[in-house]
Write a protein that binds this ligand. Structure first.
Ligand SMILES: Cc1cn([C@H]2C[C@H](O)[C@@H](COP(=O)(O)OP(=O)(O)OP(=O)(O)O)O2)c(=O)[nH]c1=O
Length: 189
């Protein structure tokens, strides 16, 4: 039985698209980048920790497999996670304006005897944003709980000039990479 260790409704929606059944685990894993930890190591570590924490909850279930995932926005080597508040969100959006950034999502699949991971890297170019664009977006509230303070799956896509990589990966769960992991565990044909 597959379990998704995530509170993100987007991840549940994306995973459901693969057409398999899964349970949901509600976990709160701390996300704190180490002072000398590279962005890609951080994203991979957090995905692994989410899956590992989930496995502890269901380890008694025979055949339990847990999926954990983490998404971060990276600009000039700096990691933009979920903004703490609107001021933080405004600063992130100003930094992303007129630039190309990376969205890195790592996916971990763990069972009692096995662990595997995949990652997806997408380049996203945001058009120059005016102060009014940023204010309107802040007013929409769509920035809340999203890495980099935007959600590609909403009105923000109107500001995206180019996307090179995985759209589902930017949303939080790269479907191609996830399907590959699930196949390796025999959960997808
Ligand atoms: C860039 C971007 C991120 N996001 C979301 C995906 C993730 O939910 C979130 C990044 O935070 P995460 O820490 O990866 O995930 P989460 O806290 O929302 O959920 P959980 O840890 O319980 O699985 O940002 C979008 O929905 N759209 C986007 O365009």
């Amino acid at each position: 039985m597959l379990h998704l260790a995530s509170r993100s409704p987007r991840r549940a929606e994306l995973l459901a698209r693969l057409g398999l059944e899964f349970g949901l685990l509600d976990l709160d894993v701390p996300e704190q980048q180490g002072a000398t930890e590279a962005a890609s190591d951080y994203v991979r570590r957090v995905a692994r920790e989410k899956a590992g924490a989930g496995l502890l909850e269901v380890v008694a279930v025979p055949g339990a497999v847990v999926l954990g995932s983490d998404t971060e926005v990276i600009l000039d080597g700096r990691v933009f996670g979920k903004p703490a508040d609107a001021i933080d969100a405004a600063a992130m959006l100003r930094a992303l304006s007129g630039r190309t950034h990376e969205v890195l999502t790592a996916v971990s699949l763990v069972s009692a005897g096995r662990e595997a991971q995949a990652a997806s890297l997408t380049n996203v170019t945001v058009e120059p944003l005016s102060d009014a664009d940023i204010q309107r977006y802040l007013d929409s509230g769509d920035w809340q709980g999203k890495a980099g303070a935007y959600a590609i799956q909403g009105r923000f896509e109107a500001h995206v000039e180019r996307l090179d990589g995985s759209y589902s990966g930017v949303m939080g769960l790269p479907l191609r990479e996830t399907a590959g992991l699930l196949r390796a565990f025999g959960l997808l044909p």
